[in-house]
Write a protein that binds this ligand. Structure first.
Ligand code: PLP
Length: 230
């Protein structure tokens, strides 16, 4: 695994150079669905500091094992209403908010916990695949305006999933579009909204995401190898 992580870091540096970016702007979230605690421990020893999970129950079990460690937990999966309380209670960061009503429910729970400005990314669906989740881009400004009214939540960026199996050109177009949307939103100057983060790029396409401005890469197989349980 040390070799995998080394390779990922080298790839980030190489593609940052091509894009004239500072590699320090690019952060790795190690996606640990289906990954054993032993392998997660090894990742921590290699300097990984953020884990991403899309299954709440699986994540909670792992969190209790790593509770004394300096790790940030990112929720990256489809959100379900009945999981929102657990998500905001135990995760530090959410990548996949795409509905105003879920934002309101999160805000209520966060208020009860005394938390303010909880960082979330809004997921945008740029491939038209309904199974992937995410708000349609036409609906993004409206959603952001509504979420901006919730002080318990702070929208800090956008997330997308690239077209799986797409050509290099198609994938880059999707990632470029997410960056353009971020810049457009910032130009619109919605009160309470400043977007800095772009969560895009997975094991097969993160080099392209780096070229297009990704600040957070969500990497599973590139770090841990092929998953046994899908
Ligand atoms: C599983 C998953 C990843 C990581 O996928 P890899 O191809 O293993 O890098 C990233 N983002 C989301 C939303 C995922 O579900």
């Amino acid at each position: 695994m040390a070799k995998n992580i080394e390779r990922v870091r080298e790839t980030i540096v190489t593609f940052c150079e091509r894009a004239r970016r500072n590699p320090e702007e690019v952060h790795i979230v190690a996606v640990t669905k289906g990954v054993s605690p032993e392998l997660m421990e090894e990742a921590l020893e290699c300097g990984i500091r953020a884990f991403g999970e899309n299954r709440v129950q699986e994540a909670l079990a792992k969190m209790s094992l790593f509770s004394k460690r300096d790790v940030t937990w990112h929720f990256i999966g489809r959100m379900q209403r009945n999981k929102l309380k657990k998500i905001v209670t135990h995760f530090h960061f959410v990548h996949s908010l795409d509905r105003e009503d879920f934002g309101s429910v999160m805000a209520t729970y966060l208020g009860n916990l005394g938390k303010k400005a909880y960082p979330v990314l809004v997921q945008v669906n740029l491939t038209g695949k309904a199974t992937q989740g995410g708000v349609q881009e036409e609906e993004l400004p409206e959603l952001l305006r509504k979420l901006a009214g919730l002080p318990e939540i702070r929208v800090v960026g956008l997330m997308t999933i690239g077209p799986l199996g797409g050509s290099e050109g198609e994938i880059r177009r999707v990632f470029r579009r997410l960056r353009e949307l971020r810049d457009m939103v910032n130009d619109m100057a919605v009160p309470g909204i400043v977007l800095t983060e772009l969560s895009m790029g997975m094991s097969d396409d993160y080099h392209l995401a780096v070229l297009e401005g990704a600040t957070i890469l969500r990497l599973g197989r590139a770090i841990f190898g092929e998953r046994r349980t899908p």
